[in-house]
Ligand binder design. Structure first.
Ligand SMILES: *Cc1c(COP(=O)(O)O)cnc(C)c1O
Length: 416
């Protein structure tokens, strides 16, 4: 179901009008739909119902405590990639027994904190990391539960910056070295081998690369079992894409159908690490038109949101639909424009050469599909306070992060 629709001539998030929200809290603001969040989480949960599984939401996609607590209460686990994310996950109420720690560069301090919290497991990405984790765990007198992240070397057919499962990627242990790495892991006193892990990339719009990668992982699990290395969990990572425009990513069910044949046979607990596909289409960036500009060659719409709020268009060439909040604009004339922010960079755009309903100064626009890697990647570049974040539930909303103030921006700085 779409939770961003026009009602009474205004674009709404669930039953809250984005116009009234903007009047209450100002712009730019990120607006998330609680129903949309829960729907995508439950779609995963249902699609994998026939096998033991944990859906570990990848916190980096959107780490707001309000979003996290919503998912934690619904029963989700968490996939973290830093000590900061461990802190957030615990603060939001995820039980440590459902937290997985991924990432190529975990520090000793981060490892210690996660071991003391007794998280579910570490996804280990190199032999050096494995040896360090073994040492840290022995110092604490515990055994670290580990899965090795194996790089299955499949092409996810996505943007090169978000492809992670190729041979040339910094992520994971090369498939050809995996058996040997597992044998070393099994010999260490400070670690306990429990699983196998992969994550091949992000915004995948086809199921085949997932199926190919899982098949490779399944063959590895069998080879490990022959060597008496028991694998109880298989983590299939995240990466399922969302629809921005013409993409037709697999549904949760189609995704599950592609993976389950190989997984069912292994009799393992399946771990999932979705990020974007849980929050991406559950959020919009609400912004106001400041100015219009026509250079003779090109028309620009200057808005009050910028690349510091949403960097995905210049960073990944990503397409975000831009909708007028006023439905009346949709019936009017259209024009080809660049939608740009106030930042002093030519890369500061949200849409280029886009045929849009003509908008006037003061109009509100919604940048769609901005719930993932939106606020999470926001910065204070140009000393711009980061936007407010709002979580809508039916006809009510909560400001889950207040807009930053100028004082927030200099807190922690001193002059010598
Ligand atoms: C980023 C990441 C994810 C989530 O990816 P999405 O494309 O947002 O689903 C999952 N696992 C790992 C290890 C990641 O780095």
């Amino acid at each position: 179901m779409d939770h961003f629709t026009y009602r009474n001539f205004d674009l709404c998030c669930e039953q809250v009008s984005l116009r009234s929200l903007a009047a209450d809290i100002g712009t730019p603001a990120y607006v998330y739909s609680k129903a949309a969040l829960l729907e995508s989480y439950r779609a995963y949960d249902d699609a994998f119902a026939e096998v033991p599984h944990v859906v570990c939401y990848s916190i980096k996609a959107n780490a707001n405590l309000g979003v996290l607590a919503t998912l934690a209460r619904a029963g989700a686990g968490a996939d973290i990639v830093s000590g900061g994310e461990l802190f957030r996950a615990l603060r939001a109420g995820f039980p440590p027994s459902r937290i997985i720690f991924s990432g190529v560069g975990k520090t000793r301090d981060e490892m210690r904190d996660a071991l003391e919290a007794e998280i579910l497991m570490f996804n280990v990405e190199s032999l050096s990391e494995l040896r360090t984790l073994d040492e840290v765990a022995r110092e604490l007198g515990v055994r670290a539960p580990v899965a090795l992240r194996v790089n299955p070397d499949v092409d996810p057919q996505t943007h090169p910056y978000i492809a992670t499962g190729l041979k040339t990627s910094k992520f994971g242990i090369p498939f050809a070295q995996a058996l040997e790495a597992y044998e070393e892991a099994a010999s260490l006193k400070g670690v306990e081998v429990v699983g196998a892990d992969m994550h091949i990339g992000s915004q995948l719009t086809k199921a085949a690369p997932f199926a190919d990668a899982v098949a490779r992982l399944a063959s590895l699990v069998k080879a490990l079992r022959e060597r008496a290395i028991a694998i109880r969990t298989v983590d299939v990572g995240g990466g399922l894409g969302i629809r921005h425009r013409e993409e037709t990513p697999p549904t949760h069910r189609e995704y599950a159908m592609a993976l389950l044949p190989a997984l069912r046979e292994l009799g393992v607990t399946v771990l999932l690490e979705p990020g974007r596909s849980i929050v991406g289409n559950a959020g919009v960036l609400l912004t106001r038109v400041l100015y219009r500009k026509d250079t003779g060659n090109k028309k620009f719409v200057v808005i009050d949101a910028a690349m510091n709020d949403l960097i995905r268009p210049p960073l990944y060439d990503s397409y975000h639909e831009v909708r007028p909040v006023s439905e009346a604009r949709l019936g009017g004339p259209t024009e080809k424009v660049d939608v740009v922010g106030p930042i002093c960079e030519s890369g500061d755009f949200l849409a280029k050469d886009r045929e849009l309903a003509r908008t006037e100064e003061g109009d509100l626009l919604a940048v769609m599909s901005a719930g993932a890697y939106g606020f999470a990647m926001a910065s204070n570049y140009n000393t711009r306070p980061r936007a407010a974040e709002v979580l809508v539930d039916g006809n009510r909303y909560t400001i889950v992060r207040r807009r930053e103030t100028y004082e927030d921006l200099v807190a922690g700085e001193t002059t010598p």
